[in-house]
Design a protein around this ligand. Sequence first.
Ligand SMILES: Cc1cc2nc3c(=O)[nH]c(=O)nc-3n(C[C@H](O)[C@H](O)[C@H](O)COP(=O)(O)O)c2cc1C
Length: 213
Amino acid sequence: MLFDVKSSTQRDIYNIVIGLVAPRPIALVSTLDPDGSVNAAPFSSYNYLSLDPPILGLGIQARNGATGELKDTARNIERAGEFVVNVVTEDIFRAMNVCAVDFPPGVSELEMAGLHAEPSSSVAVPRIREAHAALECRLFQTLQPGRGRIILGSVLAIHVEDRYVDPKGPYILAEELHAMGRMNGLGNYVRTRGAFEHLPRLSHAQWAAGERV
Ligand SMILES: Cc1cc2nc3c(=O)[nH]c(=O)nc-3n(C[C@H](O)[C@H](O)[C@H](O)COP(=O)(O)O)c2cc1C
C-alpha cells in the first residue's frame, strides 16, 4: 500500500508512522505544574538527537479534538524551561500507563500511579524515585511544526542507580535494566528481558581480512 500524506487523514498517518518507527523508548516525563505540583506523562516520540552537547527530543502532539490545545507537559516545559526524562523499565511499566490517564485537574498522576517525587540534582523539577535512571534537562529549543511541539532539551545531569552501571566503561548494564519499548499503539509494547542479540561491529581492516560475524 502507498500512503500519500496529502490525501491521508492525520489518524492514518499516526497509525502507520508509530507502527513503523518502532520499537521506541518510552520517556516518563516529569514537569512542574503552575501550582508547583509534579506532572508526569509518557512520551514515545522520544530519542537522543545529539551528544556533543547531549540533547534529547520529545514530540508532543496537540490534544485530540477541535481545540487542539497543548498537553500539560508541553505547556509546563515552555513555562518553566525544565523537565526530567524518567526511563521506563518493566517494574514501572504499569505505573507509566496510569500516568497517561486523562485525569481531571487537581489529581496527581504520581499519587494515582503509586510513584514518588525525588529531588533532582540540577533542575527544580523532581525525578521519579522508582525510576532506575533519569535525565535532567533544560529547554534548549521548541519547534512548532503544526499544532504540537517538538521539544529539544539539553541534558544537564544523568542519574543511574549504581547497580545498572559497569564502571569499567562506563556502560549501562542494558540486559539488566529491562527497558520497555512501544510498538504500534493499540497497547502493544516489547520487553527487552532475555531478548538481546550480540552483533559486534567490524572495522574495515577486519572486513578486508575476511572477518565476518
Ligand atoms: C506509552 C505511551 C507513549 C505516548 N507517547 C506520546 C507521544 O510521544 N506524544 C504525545 O503527544 N503523546 C503521547 N502519549 C500520550 C500522552 O502520554 C497523554 O496524552 C498524556 O495524558 C499527556 O499528559 P499531559 O497533559 O500531562 O502532558 C503517549 C501515551 C503512552 C501510554
